[in-house]
Design a protein around this ligand. Structure first.
Ligand code: ADP
Length: 465
């Protein structure tokens, strides 16, 4: 706390930016340090309170406490204003809990809760300034759609009551390429954007231009570093997958040989055979991960996956994989419902097996014990449709459009289940390379259904690059 107080003392935020703010502006204030935010809010609220206005502060406890402290230091009697109803402070997390339904801000709750607070503040007819942090809590939890919905609800409220609104977002919650779109969306939901202190605390115009030039230099350096790091990572992955392949195939080969030998002798003990089966299964799993890495790295290096197509009966393949997965997952039921007729085409059976195993493996992994995984396969026109349905944890709405990205993991998966985030990206790559598509329907807590559509290729395709 003392550290923050010291930082607040030495932090400077420009007051001029707030002087030009209109009565109905909706400003986003980015910040790097809490100290800077508090200083900026001091300029946002201070003059309005001195001129008879009302302040509504929806923030964390630390921000509320430090803000009222700096306002008091400026000679504003926050306590008296609170009693007079002209300084209204609420805990952001508590209010957030009161306006959410099914993971989204609900207008039916927002209006009576937030609308009521603002209506009472506006009733006096004097200027109202509102600061809100519910959006940044949602954002920090990775709830992009919910954050933007909340911003819309605030905008709607501004059509009903005249008040200036400021939302605070810590800049470090926007780190990463994946945040670029979200960042632009957050900005577009506001009528004014106040940059964080590394830019805006710079004093005069010359200082500001120098700050921009410095930042541009930093961007090109970071881009260069990111490219170098990516190249190094790819080289490393290529080396690792290459070096792991050989020992794994030796382990697998010997395990198979030992099991065959054991099987031909009578009276050998069952546990040894089961142990060997387990070694074989695990080695195959590891080999599959290694192949996934190799394929993904090849793609990153701009080289397409080369398929090894051969004649395959997809119906038999899917039935066999489902039976195998059912056996390997004693706490789940994998149930296959496959067309009676063979679905024969030219596919890469190793890669296709990997894709199907990935999908069934996920369905098992993300379902509670006793869960049922339903596999369906049917002919549809010129193609085959494979579906994998589970009734597990489901995928949060914000994650749905990202789960096929390499290394991406859903918010609810991260905390509960181990994983690498490469399975689905590899699966999609395999399916698309076969000319097919993969889609998912899911809701958090309500299970997921992955649907793969594959064209049935009836001619062997010799070389694909
Ligand atoms: P991993 O499972 O190793 O995390 P994947 O690439 O296979 O990586 O999956 C990416 C993310 O997609 C997972 O982390 C999880 O959030 C989500 N996901 C995939 N399949 C399911 C499923 N059947 N149920 C719920 N979430 C799933």
């Amino acid at each position: 706390m003392n550290q923050l107080r010291e930082a607040i003392k030495s932090s400077r935020a420009p007051s001029a930016e707030w002087e030009s703010a209109g009565a109905r502006d909706h400003t986003v204030q980015f910040y790097e340090s809490d100290a800077y935010l508090v200083q900026s809010l001091r300029h946002f609220f201070g003059p309005a309170l001195r001129n008879g206005g009302t302040a509504v502060v929806v923030a964390t406890e630390v921000h509320r406490r430090e803000l009222s402290r700096v306002l008091e230091a400026d000679g504003i009697d926050v306590e008296a204003l609170t009693v007079a109803g002209r300084y209204v402070a609420h805990d952001a997390a508590t209010l957030l809990g009161a306006v959410m339904r099914d993971g989204m801000p609900d207008s039916g709750l927002f209006t009576p809760v937030i609308g009521d607070i603002v209506a009472r503040a506006a009733a006096a007819g004097t200027p109202v300034r509102v600061y809100g942090e519910m959006v940044s809590i949602l954002w920090a939890r990775g709830r992009v759609a919910a954050t933007l919905r909340m911003e819309e609800l605030w905008n709607d409220l501004q059509h009903r009551y005249p008040f200036a609104l400021c939302c605070g977002f810590p800049m470090n919650t926007f780190a990463g390429r994946a945040m670029e779109t979200g960042f632009a969306q957050v900005c577009s939901h506001h009528s004014r954007v106040h940059p964080a202190e590394s830019y805006s605390s710079a004093g005069n115009e010359d200082d500001r231009l120098r700050a921009i030039a410095r930042m541009q230099q930093r961007i090109v350096s970071l881009e260069r570093e990111a490219r170098d790091a990516e190249r190094m990572r790819n080289d490393f992955l290529v080396a690792v997958s290459h070096d792991l392949r050989t020992p794994l195939s030796v382990i697998l080969g010997y395990a198979q040989m030992l099991r065959r030998r054991l099987g031909s002798r009578s009276g050998d003990d069952v546990r040894t055979s089961e142990g060997l089966q387990s070694i074989e299964r695990r080695a195959r799993m590891m080999a599959s991960v290694v192949e996934e890495l190799a394929d993904a790295t090849r793609r990153e290096n701009g080289r397409a996956m080369v398929l090894h197509r051969e004649m395959v009966d997809l119906a038999t393949l899917v039935e066999e994989i489902a039976a195998e997965q059912d056996q390997a997952a004693p706490r789940h039921h994998v149930v296959a419902s496959v067309d009676d007729h063979a679905i024969v085409g030219y596919w890469d059976p190793v890669r296709l097996t990997r894709a199907i195993v990935n999908l069934i493996g996920n369905a098992i992994k993300y379902s509670p014990d006793g869960g049922e995984i339903r596999i369906g396969l049917r002919r549809e026109g010129e193609g085959a449709v494979l579906s994998i349905q589970d009734s597990g944890i489901g995928i949060p709405a914000d994650d749905l459009s990202h789960i096929f990205d390499r290394f991406y993991r859903g918010a609810n998966a991260l905390s509960t289940t181990a994983g690498t985030g490469i399975g689905l990206s590899a699966t999609r790559q395999i399916i698309e390379r076969h000319g097919g598509t993969i889609a998912v329907e899911s809701a958090e807590g309500r299970g997921s259904t992955f649907v793969v559509r594959l064209p049935v290729t009836i001619e062997p395709i010799s070389a694909e690059s």
